[in-house]
Design a protein. Structure first.
Length: 334
């Protein structure tokens, strides 16, 4: 919007200058330099005298030129003033800062869309302190997210340029929660084409869309209606479990989560037993299960004599701060 206004102002100003130069040259027979100089000092109202004595016709022309030129300049000044006063300049600078921050991210998560479903996903990622970027096309939603400190990219997530701007090549995962299954399908195809290794989770409204999304490359598909129905049954037959999960997910005092921690090459925990790692001594977090990635199997409440290898993933539950502490202990040392 501002760009179009600035271009319009520059075009109008150019037209006035050309008209003034041609007018003085035609009416008074001046050189182009004299005519241009007279036009500029007239529009700018700097108070310099006439280049040459003017005829009555030229004076009438000068009055019209003053009105036209002053009108363009006043409008231009008002646009710039509004741009600054209304906060648009601050918004532009803030977007540039966000763009630089996004370029510096790696291993972050991208959320496509900011509807009610993805709104909970965004809130959860913020609670567990994950770096994220939201792609949204609605300016009001973007302003709301920016006000909460969320990094945003304005545009359609189905476009290559927008996904690249969000750092899809460096991202760890992408959540697509757009309004239609067709849009989510297109995002999955586009994201996997650009970054085949990125983990993609897609929302599906129609149950028959699940297979199509998985075929397109989605690593997992979530059907909100299906989950809602399962939740209603759980509320009915196992209320205590649901109450516990609600307390875990929605507690305001402390954030309790279930997360996985990979035992990567170079981790100081490699080759040690669970007892030797000291994991059990970390307050506020519990080892729930041990996943053997090679066999794709889980061992619940594993023995403390179990030796950790590069094929293991820890499944833990506890406070976010304690989980971050455990993740730090398991991370490879540089």
């Amino acid at each position: 919007m501002l760009y179009r206004k600035v271009v319009s102002i520059l075009i109008a100003l150019t037209v006035v200058i050309l008209a003034g130069t041609i007018g003085y040259r035609s009416l008074e027979g001046w050189t182009i330099v004299d005519a241009l100089y007279m036009t500029i000092i007239t529009i700018a109202s700097v108070g310099y005298g006439e280049v040459h004595p003017l005829s009555d016709t030229a004076r009438m022309f000068t009055m019209v030129l003053i009105l036209a030129g002053s009108g363009v300049l006043i409008y231009g000044i008002s646009v710039v003033t509004a741009f600054i006063v209304e906060g648009e300049l601050t918004d532009v600078l803030r977007r540039r800062r966000m763009s630089r921050k996004i370029q510096g991210l790696s291993g972050h998560y991208i959320v496509c869309g900011a509807d009610r479903t993805s709104g909970y996903a965004i809130e959860e990622l913020m609670k567990i302190r994950k770096d994220l970027v939201v792609i949204e096309n609605d300016q009001e939603r973007i302003k709301d997210l920016m006000g909460r400190g969320v990094l945003c990219v304005e545009g359609r997530a189905t476009r290559d340029s927008v996904l690249l701007q969000a750092g899809i090549g460096r991202a760890k995962g992408l959540i697509s929660s757009l309004e239609t299954d067709a849009e989510n399908l297109f995002v999955v195809i586009t994201a996997k084409r650009i970054a085949p290794s990125v983990r993609v989770i897609a929302k599906a409204i129609e149950e028959e869309s699940e297979d199509k999304l998985r075929t397109a490359g989605a690593d997992s598909v979530v059907l909100p209606d299906f989950i809602g129905g399962m939740r209603m049954v759980s509320e009915m037959v196992r209320p205590s479990v649901v109450s516990f999960l609600d307390t875990m997910l929605r507690g305001k005092d402390k954030t309790i989560r279930v997360e996985d921690i990979d035992i990567s090459p170079g981790s100081p925990l490699l080759g040690k037993t669970l007892a030797e790692t000291g994991i059990a001594d970390i307050e506020g977090v519990t080892l729930v299960a041990l996943k053997d990635n090679a066999k794709d199997s889980y061992t619940f409440n594993p023995s403390k004599t179990t030796v950790l290898t590069g094929d293991h993933t820890l499944v833990v539950m506890g406070h976010v701060d304690a989980i971050l502490d455990m993740r730090g202990r398991a991370s490879p040392r540089s």
